[in-house]
Write a protein that binds this ligand. Sequence first.
Ligand code: NDP
Length: 289
Amino acid sequence: MKINGKTRTCGLVGNPVEHTMSPMIHNTLAEELGMNMVYVPFLVEDAVDTAVKGAYALNLLGMNVTVPYKSEVMKSLAECDELAEKIGAVNTLVRVNGGYKGYNTDITGLYRAMSSYGIVLEHQNVIILGAGGAARAVAFLCVYHGAKQVYLLNRSVEKAQEVAAEVNRVMDRECIIPMSLKDYVCLPEEKMLCIQATSVGLSPNDSEVVIEDTEFYKKIHTGYDLIYRPANTRFMQLVKQQGGKAYHGLKMLLYQGIEAFELWNEVKIDDELSNKVYEIMKGEMNIEE
Ligand code: NDP
């Protein structure tokens, strides 16, 4: 990588930022495409608004935003993409006239990852486990892409109710049904897509899962776990044991990066290059599938 007077800079704003794979994703893409762009992590301890203003003043092309600023940064935007606005969180800022436009490529990346596995949302009944920030965005995504009925199960049922009320209101459709985790026995007797969006099972707690009962897994034809560390979560194992297909969240991470890169540089990354970056990510994670 040759840095000169024409090099464009992008970066990640968050706290912490030390363990991110984003610099590898973006610098590999830039190098492969011969683009004069560099991507660096920026630790922002507070005042994300000042960071965004500073980035604009320094002519930064774009930024990713991670924990804990995905919602807070929205106050500092010049414009916001419609889906990101509905979700209430952005992870990608693209330079426009007078500031940055916010997007949520976590969620468009999840959609692209699921599509790459042949998973469809349109006209489907879907189970979502969790009601935190990620689950909320997933719920919006499902409705946005025409899911029929979405069962949102969470340990604290009040949080599931809050998310359901919000998504149903914004999307103007009564399609999210909030439930307590322990009420999984009341789910309809049919096979569905299930998206695991809790933090249960995240390394080092590899043996944990929100629902242990194998009967639950008989209702799942495909399981998508947002977690990618470990790469074969207990949730995925239980889905597979009952004959379903199961996928981890590493491709979601890949595609949130690819979608951001495409927005910044107005290019389209083909499958060959996407796969090349994915192979490097798997290598770093020491995983095969
Ligand atoms: P939050 O902290 O906002 O939400 C955590 C969720 O997990 C809540 O629904 C919470 O339930 C539930 N939960 C936590 N502990 C337990 C428990 N012991 N039993 C039952 N439920 C529990 O996290 P996020 O929504 O931000 O993230 C969720 C997961 O998604 C994380 O593992 C994260 O790594 C992953 N993720 C992956 C991405 C990717 O690129 N692949 C991108 C973003 C997130 P309650 O409300 O009852 O506390």
